[in-house]
Design a protein around this ligand. Structure first.
Ligand code: ACM
Length: 751
């Protein structure tokens, strides 16, 4: 399908010419911000393996494709007008996973083992054209795919996006050489794909009465009172799938089961175990209304799959499998009988039975299932593919069991997380996953042997949209991190170079910004780590990875000083600012921190167990550095997270002194499984050997996201022992029931 009508073409051409002229101007402006001015722009992302180029352009400005590449005609025709040259395509079966692209003065040649790899050469051509005002630099490029699965996901259930916006998303994917689009189509909050046999999926399941406003953790929760919803017709789905195909992208639909099924159950209550009526969910989270493993449900799901299969040529169908509470199965006579009859020892095996039924059915139709890592629990059909989202553990286990794996750990691949600690970031679900985190992602977990690693097929960026209601916001959250992931999927860790990538990212940022895309831009931000040093006290270590950056500190009087060493000792209580300049002028916005000194700034801290590697804080001493983390978000440099564990630490002051009181900051985000601790015990000692209890609390509560707990000490000591008890297992009926709670600590302050 061509998105542009014939009558629009001339307009588009004029628009393109204007855009090219203006874009040249933008490039010039950018060069005043630190880019080296040069004739041709070779700032490709992902960076190809080998590249040589002349500082000159090919005579060819448009081309058509040979018959063997005609599947890409619709894509190519959008950027090639009035074609006069035929591109040359040579199939060379021996070039495994690679392509060779030669742009000459009057010819363009692609060599690749098949049309699949040839598509990557076309993506490269498209990037070069767009970065060079419609011209192709004379160049020779040899390039190789590192991972065969390069995916981006989009949740259209929490918020929905138009077909044109989905196509725009696919254009971004093609630009950055992604080859899989994971389309998350069914959820508690809305069913988004037309299933003709079940009309109530369209009239009931596709709409919710209203939507939560603000963050889930905000108390009291508020709603907008507006009906929200819609669905894609099967004709629209075919259009999207064809559009993706012409860009070399496979569309993988996700039809969630057995959990995240509340919208379907709202339409057809008989699909649940209780048969009770429910509503399409209006807030986020996990719900007890899940499919009941009975014949009626399996018939429904098989009918749904019968309509899904012809729409999606993909070998894979994603069946979800995550976050399925077992409450309704535990309370169901029918389920308990079924478990006995089938010899299933618990509800996890019942879930495995449920997924097995659907996997078998799909296998009989030639399809393979992909599921989130929970599908490993209770056993999994051979051949099923696992998406590892709860960290890397599921991926490691699956690879060891011989399942193919796609890595999507929250720490590196969840693009619904915050991407900067800047206070003006729009509300996000939580966490912090910066462009640099994504860029440095090592797709193969270190724990795997070479043989096990072969099962890791690639990685995927996930864009869940609870807090992303417009496509502009999708662009903001996904686009910059998508470029980083594309390079992480393309080049091994050892060959990546973040500052050099950032330089290329600036070209992409100005290109997309000029086209009106809302790409996040945190390249100019400084990163600041405040550490507590036993000799110096609190020290700000300041960094910006942009080439040629100069770093500055603004003191509490508002005076600026360059930090040639990249660090400054904090002494004065108050607001300190940090920013960067390049050689031509300021390019960064200021980041400010509030420093309030206390007696632990010159202490050392030793942990009983280290924090989770997903939430380690910037340094062990951030807990005593005199700077608080965000009141709104956990994660980031200042907060430390402990998964299911108590926090225990020994603090050594640099001398014995009077200690009046101690205070702690904890985060509370029960929707994210983050709970306040059960208790705090503080012991003190003068010699580091005999300790006495000096403070204790067993009632810790708060109405806000952050609890600040102050306890009197009234002691004289050099050593403190602190034990903070984790909340433990999350209670029934709560998000994450049955899992161990997280404990998040930010600052321990002693005055
Ligand atoms: C997921 O994020 N629940 C897969």
């Amino acid at each position: 399908m061509d998105r542009i009508g014939i009558s629009d073409r001339q307009y588009l051409f004029l628009f393109a010419m204007t855009r090219i002229a203006l874009y040249s101007l933008t490039l010039l402006l950018i060069s005043s911000c630190g880019l080296t001015p040069s004739h041709v722009n070779m700032d490709m992302i992902p960076l190809p393996d080998e590249l040589s180029f002349e500082d000159n352009y090919s005579k060819i400005t448009s081309f058509s494709l040979p018959e063997s590449l005609e599947i890409y005609d619709d894509w190519i025709s959008e950027w090639n007008k009035g074609t006069s040259y035929d591109i040359e395509f040579i199939e060379d079966k021996l070039m495994t996973d690679s392509y060779q692209l030669d742009i000459e003065r009057s010819a363009i040649k692609i060599k690749a083992p098949s049309v699949i790899e040839a598509r990557n050469a076309l993506s490269t051509l498209l990037q070069l054209r767009e970065l060079n005002n419609g011209k192709y630099p004379i160049a020779s490029i040899s390039d190789k795919v590192e991972f065969e699965y390069r995916g981006m996901h989009l949740d259209v259930c929490r918020h929905m996006f138009s077909v044109d916006e989905i196509k725009q998303y696919l254009d971004y994917l093609a630009f950055y050489k992604f080859n899989n689009f994971h389309w998350h189509l069914t959820e508690d909050q809305g069913w988004r794909i037309e299933i003709k046999k079940y009309p109530k999926l369209q009239t009931i399941a596709a709409f919710r009465d209203e939507t939560l406003v603000g963050h889930y953790n905000d108390q009291p929760q508020k709603y907008d009172g507006k009906k929200y919803g819609g669905f894609y017709t099967q004709e629209e789905v075919k259009d999207v799938v064809a559009y993706a195909k012409s860009r070399g992208i496979q569309v993988i639909p996700e039809i969630e089961l057995p959990g995240h099924a509340r919208a379907a159950i709202a339409a057809y209550p008989e699909l649940g175990c209780s048969g009770e009526e429910t509503t399409v969910a209006t807030k986020w989270g996990v719900f007890d209304e899940v499919y009941c493993p009975k014949e009626e449900t399996f018939s429904f799901l098989k009918d749904v799959m019968d309509e899904i299969i012809p729409l999606f040529p993909s070998k894979y169908i994603h069946i979800g499998g995550d976050e399925c509470p077992k409450t309704s199965w535990k309370n169901s006579e029918f389920c308990q009988q079924l478990m006995k009859q089938k010899g299933l020892k618990d509800e996890y095996e019942l879930q495995s039975y449920f997924i097995g039924e659907i996997a078998d059915y799909l296998a009989s139709k030639g399809k393979t299932i992909i599921g989130w890592d929970e599908i490993l629990e209770g056993g999994l059909n051979e051949g099923s593919v696992v998406m590892s989202w709860r960290g890397e553990k599921g991926g490691i286990e699956a690879a060891r069991a011989g399942h193919e794996v796609i890595m999507t750990p929250g720490s590196h691949c969840y693009f619904d997380h915050y991407q900067s600690t800047h206070p003006n970031e729009p509300v996000a679900i939580g966490g912090l996953t910066t462009v640099e985190d994504v860029y440095n992602y090592n797709v193969i977990p270190n724990e795997l042997t070479e043989n096990e690693a072969k099962f890791v097929k690639g990685a995927q960026g996930n864009v869940w949209t609870e807090y992303i209601s417009s496509f502009k916001h999708v662009e903001y959250m996904a686009l910059a991190r998508m470029t980083a992931l594309s390079e992480a999927l393309w080049n091994p860790v050892a060959s990546r170079n973040f500052p050099e990538y950032q330089r290329r990212l600036m070209s992409h940022h100005s290109y997309w910004t000029f086209l009106g895309a809302n790409m996040a831009n945190h390249q100019y931000d400084v990163s600041i780590k405040i550490v507590a040093d036993p000799l110096k006290g609190s020290v700000a270590l300041v960094e910006n990875k942009l080439l040629n950056a100069r770093l500055f500190h603004t003191n509490i009087q508002g005076e600026n000083a360059e930090l040639s060493s990249g660090s400054v000792i904090l002494e004065d209580e108050g607001i300190h600012g940090f920013f960067m300049n390049d050689e031509k002028g300021r390019c960064g916005k200021k980041t400010s921190i509030k420093f309030v000194p206390h007696k632990l700034n010159r202490a050392t801290i030793d942990f009983d167990v280290p924090p989770s590697s997903s939430y380690p804080g910037a340094d062990p001493t951030v807990l005593i550095n005199g700077v608080n983390g965000s009141d709104e978000k956990y994660g980031g440099d200042e907060w430390m997270g402990f998964a299911g564990q108590d926090f225990g630490a020994k603090i050594t002051l640099n001398e014995e002194m009077d200690l009046n009181d101690i205070s702690f900051r904890f985060f509370k985000g029960e929707g994210q499984w983050i709970y306040l601790p059960k208790s705090i015990v503080v012991q003190a000692s003068s010699d580091g050997e005999s300790y006495a209890e000096v403070a204790k609390s067993t009632s810790i509560s708060t109405d806000t996201k952050v609890a600040e707990i102050q306890l009197p000490l009234n002691t004289n000591a050099k050593y403190l022992r602190i034990v903070v008890k984790n909340h433990g297992e999350i209670q029934k009926g709560k998000q994450g029931a049955g899992h161990e709670a997280w404990l998040f600590i930010d600052e321990i302050r002693v005055n």
